[in-house]
Design a binder for this molecule. Structure first.
Ligand code: PGA
Ligand code: ZN
Length: 432
C-alpha cells in the first residue's frame, strides 16, 4: 500500500536559540515524504508535555541524543508498516508506547516531530499542500496574525514583566495586508526606540529589545508606534499582550519587577483591567498563572466581554483543561501549541473543544523555533482563525509569515480573511 510507512528517521538539528532539537523524516511506500522539526518553549507551563533532554554539561544540558534515539529505535519499530493516514491511531500508539501523561519517557520533542512528519507524509502522498489535506475540501479562513513588536519576560532577560507586546489588524482584509501593516508598525517602533536610546537588538522571537521604565511605558510606546506608522489605534490596529503571568508568580504573589509591585491575583487582574481600559488592547494571554482558574474567571468577568482572553500556560493545549476553563467562565480563547500536547491529534482535540464551546483558537509557535512552517498550514487547514508566530524579523519567524502569503495566493479568489469571525462571539460583536 502506497501509504505504508517504510522509514522513520530522527536527527539532531539546531533551533533559533542555537540549542539542539529533533527533526524527523517519514518515508512511505508510495514515495511520499514528510519532515518536521520540534520547537521549544522557554516560558513553559507545568502541565504541558515535556521534552526529553540529555542533561549533563554537554550543550548546557539541552542535548537530544535520547529523544533522537527514541525516534530511530522504539518509535520507528512501532510505526513501520502502518498506514500513515491513521493519524489518530498512530498518535494514540505513541501515547500508549510512552506510557506517561506528559510524554516524559520518549520526549514530546520526539513525538511532536514524528506526529507532524507523519501528517506531512500523508499530505505529500495525497499530492496536496498540508493546509488543503487538512481542510478536506471544506472552506477555511486565512488566520488573523498576532505580530510581536517588543519581546520581554523570559525571552528578553526579564527587561519587562509582560512577555509579548503584539499588534493585530483584524480589519486588514487579508494576511498580506495585515503583515504590511505589522511591518509598518514594527519599523515605526524601531524608530521610536532608537530615538530614546541606542537600539539593543532583538529578543528571542524577534521583537525589539525592550528598554522601558515600566510595563505601561511599553504600552505607550506601542500605541505611539501604531500612530507613527499612520494607523488608528483601536480601529485599524489593536494591541495584544501575552502577560505570561506564570513567570511572575513568586510565593503566591505576582511580582512586577519593573513596576516595583507585588500583587495578589485580584490585584493582578485589576492591573491588567486598567491597561485594557487605557490602551487599545484587543487580546490578553495568561493575565494570571497556570493554575489560577479563579483569577482567569475574575478577568473574564471584569473585561472578557469585549477582550479576547487566551489561556496558554493555563490550558497547555489540553482539551480537558479547555472544558474545565469554559465551565468556570475562565477565558474565551485557547492557544494551540502542538508540542504542549505532544501530538497533532491531541492538539487538534484542544482546538475542537474550544470551537465546540464557542471559544476562539490561536495556533502558536514557540520561542525556540526552526524553519519548519507546519503551523502556518495547521492554522489554515484547521480553520483556527488566528495565528501567533512571534515578531517580524528572524527567518524562523518570517518563514511562517511567508508561507501564509503563499497559501493565501494559492487560494486565489477563495481566500477569506477570518477578521472579526476569528474571535469569540462577544469579542467579535464588540469589534463589529
Ligand atoms: P514560549 O513562549 O514558547 O517560551 O512558551 C510563547 C508563549 O508564551 O506564548
Ligand atoms: Zn504565552
Amino acid at each position: 500500500m502506497s501509504t505504508s510507512i517504510t522509514a522513520v528517521r530522527g536527527r539532531q538539528i539546531w533551533d533559533s536559540r542555537g540549542r539542539p532539537t529533533v527533526e524527523t523524516e517519514v518515508t512511505l511506500a508510495g514515495g511520499g515524504v514528510g519532515r518536521a522539526c520540534a520547537p521549544a518553549g522557554a516560558s513553559r507551563g507545568a502541565h504541558e508535555a515535556v521534552d526529553l533532554r540529555d542533561g549533563g554539561a554537554r550543550f548546557g544540558g539541552f542535548g537530544v541524543d535520547g529523544a533522537v534515539a527514541a525516534v530511530n529505535g522504539e518509535i520507528a519499530r512501532l510505526l513501520n508498516g502502518r498506514d500513515v493516514r491513521d493519524q489518530a491511531a498512530l498518535d494514540q500508539a505513541l501515547r500508549e508506547a510512552d506510557g506517561t501523561a506528559t510524554f516524559a519517557r520518549l520526549g514530546a520533542n520526539a513525538t511532536v516531530s514524528v506526529s507532524l512528519a507523519l501528517l506531512h507524509a500523508a499530505a505529500s502522498q495525497a499530492g496536496l499542500p498540508l493546509w488543503a489535506y487538512l481542510a478536506q475540501g471544506r472552506p477555511v479562513r486565512m488566520p488573523v496574525p498576532e505580530v510581536q513588536i517588543f519581546g520581554g519576560g523570559a525571552h528578553a532577560g526579564r527587561r519587562t514583566d509582560v512577555q509579548d507586546f503584539m499588534v493585530m489588524a483584524p480589519r486588514a482584509g487579508s494576511v498580506r495586508r495585515a503583515l504590511e501593516i505589522s511591518a509598518d508598525v514594527y519599523r515605526a517602533a524601531g524608530e521610536l526606540m532608537a530615538a530614546r536610546a541606542p537600539l539593543a537588538g532583538v529578543a528571542d522571537e524577534g521583537g525589539w529589545w525592550p528598554m522601558f521604565d515600566s510595563n505601561e511605558d511599553a504600552l505607550q510606546v506601542l500605541t505611539r508606534s501604531i500612530e507613527k506608522a499612520g494607523y488608528r489605534p483601536g480601529e485599524e490596529v489593536f494591541i495584544s499582550l501575552d502577560v505570561a503571568a506564570n513567570e511572575l508568580l513568586c510565593d503566591g504573589r505576582y511580582r512586577l519587577g519593573l513596576d516595583g509591585a507585588e500583587l495578589s491575583s485580584a490585584e493582578m487582574v485589576e492591573t491588567v483591567a486598567n491597561w485594557v481600559r487605557r490602551y487599545p488592547i484587543l487580546s490578553v494571554e495568561d493575565p494570571v498563572a497556570q493554575d489560577d482558574f479563579d483569577g482567569m474567571t475574575l478577568a473574564t468577568t471584569r473585561f472578557g466581554e469585549a477582550v479576547q482572553l487566551i489561556g496558554d500556560d493555563l490550558l497547555v493545549t489540553n482539551a480537558e483543561r479547555v472544558r474545565r476553563a469554559a465551565a468556570a467562565g475562565a477565558g474565551n480563547a485557547v492557544l494551540v501549541k502542538v508540542n504542549q500536547a505532544g501530538t497533532v491529534t491531541a492538539a487538534k482535540a484542544a482546538l475542537d473543544a474550544a470551537k465546540d464551546l464557542g471559544w476562539a483558537a490561536i495556533v502558536s509557535a514557540r520561542s525556540g523555533e526552526t524553519e519548519d512552517v507546519s503551523i502556518a498550514h495547521l492554522a489554515v487547514g484547521w480553520d483556527a482563525g488566528q495565528i501567533k508566530v512571534g515578531s517580524f524579523t528572524r527567518s524562523e519567524r518570517m518563514a511562517k509569515w511567508n508561507e501564509l502569503l503563499r497559501i493565501e495566493e494559492a487560494m486565489g479568489d477563495d481566500a477569506r480573511f477570518a477578521g472579526a469571525s476569528a474571535f469569540a462571539p462577544t469579542v467579535a460583536a464588540a469589534l463589529g
